[in-house]
Write a protein that binds this ligand. Sequence first.
Ligand SMILES: Cc1ncc(COP(=O)(O)O)c(C=O)c1O
Length: 441
Amino acid sequence: MTISLKTEVPGPRSRELMAERQAAVARGLSHVTPVFIARGEGAVLEDVDGNRFIDFAAGLAVLSAGHLAVPVVEAVREQSRGFLHACFHVTPYEGYVRLCAALNRLAPGTFPKKSFLANSGAEAVENAVKIARAATGRPAVVCFEHGFHGRTYMAMTLTAKERPYKLGFGPFNPGVVRAPFPYCYRWPGTQDPERVSAECFAAFEQSVRDVGPDQVAAIIIEPVLGEGGFVPAPASFLQKLRAFCTEHKIVFIADEVQTGFGRTGELFACARSGVVPDLMTLAKGLGGGMPISAVVGRAELMDAPMVGGIGGTFGGNPVSCAAALAVLELCEQGDLLRRARALAEKLPGRLAVLRRFGKVGDIRGQGAMQALELVKDRQSKEPDQEAVAAVIRHCYERGLILMSAGTYGNVIRLLMPLVITDGQLEEGLAVLESGLERFAG
Ligand SMILES: Cc1ncc(COP(=O)(O)O)c(C=O)c1O
């Protein structure tokens, strides 16, 4: 058994720290669990009271390679002996170049590619839009309902969900058009992926017609919605979008910040549809726990901004570059992708039995990126956010850290480190099952 609870959860030390947190830290930051963490390893977290948890959140989809993955820690240690920061604009360094070259090699597409490094997913999104506008000379950007792209102004404007991400933060950026996303479970009239795909694409064309395709710089889409509730876009929808972008010379941006680096069983989620994006935004799993993000794509687009037009003080920090190179090596030569595929094969079958709980309306995902959508009843599909909150609480009180997602907050998403052992997976799923038994039966 991995889970070991020595105190009630949250324990006394976590409660003390939470009181200090309330006094010292801005209210607007939310917490999935009220426990303070002292250390992590693989798919296990230990809190400040000595309680051991199984981690099905991976630091919000970051620790795909696990907490303290040995090659990542060694790369960080090694780089820390040389220099911690230099700023690529002041004195360039090899790690930045090597990481860009590796990303260019691994990203889909046989055309020449270039990359740019930043610190967060939101920053990658901002820069992808800047690059697309600079390359096309056009103003508009098309995004999708239920999408999440980050919390900076352009990324927040592109994000769909009002509460809590946008409430009180307007006005937002101009030039953004929002089209429907092919959310099969909630599509009116049909759940058939091909019909949803066709109807949704027709609605997309209508949204773009209003602004005019020749005014559109870019379309940005998550191949599988992350914060929106792990909803995969049907392959045919992505293919139609790709063809539309090619026809109208629009930059196709795949936001793979959450889906990238094995989460879906492939290095990138786009692989399932065979769609090759013009630009891709990457972050989260890339750094193995260190902050880093990237825009990768067609060299001629990436070269559109003038010299000095993109960048930043910290982007592509040398320690983060070293960590990311170690993660890419784990993906390429190590067994991270093999383990991702094994998890991707096992998880859907393992979760299918959870359909027996009446409030489980939908189980879906791509690869290891699986989620359960809870509803008050299957007929009305009324979202049951309260049941999700109760299950998550039940789980952390019993040693499993889980996260919700979805526009209505009624989705439980599984984001375990891809290196989780079979034993830990089963132990975690048993806790989840007991929570569903109690609150979703
Ligand atoms: C698809 C997607 N894009 C962008 C972001 C923003 O990333 P960050 O929180 O690193 O700014 C996220 C974060 O959850 C995401 O899931």
